[in-house]
Design a protein around this ligand. Structure first.
Ligand code: ZN
Length: 318
């Protein structure tokens, strides 16, 4: 086993439909920073958006493939059904008022384990949770957001997967250092040592659930954090004893391996390095289209094909 543990989530990647609507919701409503405007490396005529804290820190990154013509997905068994963000417990009243003022329908789910939970749909119907808890960490508040720093989203709290049964998934989570720490009804919570962002990996078990269907409003995969390239290779060997993994792929902002856990969710292990400041300064993250070197020659053609978007910087600062 690697001497450097996997600590929580690195990023969550989901599918959206309209790029502008997606951008406006995650920056204007949830107050995240638009960290990177790039293209889908496998389909460069479409965007890949990254949202996060001010620096785009691992553990805060929600990414989207906005496909304007995407069909609607359906969350179901073998999928991540809810993506949860961390805020201080004392910020829950602020978030309730903010969501209500913006006309967002949300549900206050009451206590789940030790936390308070607000559940709301994003514009494509993806279920987002705002989780208030006493031990929320420090914040790198996004510089252009109009959420007061003390209430800003810290990053991920965790995710919820829906599974027909939990046993096989639990085995792989255990290999990765995530063990069951709590159980409440049909919900099992797995976590690694420590208090990293995105450390709560929940499984809701429903043997009668229908399978989901990929499309707009569904999560494509979740990525866990490897400290560096050496740790990733050690984990690749360890995980590879149980299920097949891909080779290491260069995703420009991190290096990744992928493997599908037995319940059907696509897992990734992504390195903290090199990060989002590799191709533009932290001050202006997300303002220009960034493309990898091997696509630079096609930039004019790609810019023509991509739907224009507007970053409402002035508006959200006001
Ligand atoms: Zn990923």
């Amino acid at each position: 086993m690697s001497t450097q543990p996997i600590v929580g989530l690195h990023h969550v990647t989901a599918i959206a439909s309209d790029p502008q609507v997606n951008l406006d919701f995650y920056t204007g409503v949830l107050g995240l920073r638009f960290v990177k405007r790039t293209v889908n490396f496998d389909d460069p005529g479409t965007y890949h958006f990254y949202f996060g804290d001010d620096a785009g820190s691992p553990g805060t990154i929600l990414t989207f493939f906005p496909w304007p013509r995407a069909g609607w997905g359906q969350a179901g068994a073998g999928e991540v059904t809810h993506t949860a963000f961390s805020v201080p417990l004392t910020s829950m009243a602020y978030w309730e008022q903010r969501l209500a003022a913006k006309g967002i329908l949300f549900e206050r789910s009451g206590k789940r384990f030790a936390e308070e939970v607000l559940t709301l749909p994003d514009p494509d119907g993806m279920k987002v949770e705002i989780v208030g808890h006493a031990d929320a960490g420090a914040v790198k508040a996004p510089r252009f957001a109009n959420v007061p720093a003390e209430h800003a989203i810290r990053g991920f709290f965790g995710v919820t997967m829906l599974q027909l049964e939990a046993e096989e998934t639990a085995k792989i989570l255990a290999v990765m250092g995530f063990h069951k720490i709590a159980e409440e009804g049909r919900r099992l919570r797995f976590a690694a040592e420590g208090n990293a962002l995105g450390n709560a990996i929940d499984i809701v078990v429903d043997p009668h659930a229908s399978y989901g269907r990929s499309g707009a409003g569904t999560v494509h995969h979740i990525a866990f954090r490897a400290a560096n390239d050496a740790a990733q290779l050690e984990w690749r060997e360890e995980i590879g004893k149980h299920i097949p993994t891909t080779a290491v792929l260069d995703r420009d902002y991190f290096h990744s391996i992928y493997f599908r856990e037995p319940g059907g969710v696509l897992f990734e292990l992504a390195t903290d390095n090199p990060g989002f400041a590799i191709d533009e300064p932290v001050e202006s993250l997300g303002e220009e289209l960034c493309v990898p070197d091997w696509l630079e020659a096609r930039r004019p053609e790609l810019e023509q094909r991509l739907v224009p978007i507007t970053l409402h910087k002035a508006e959200v600062t006001a």
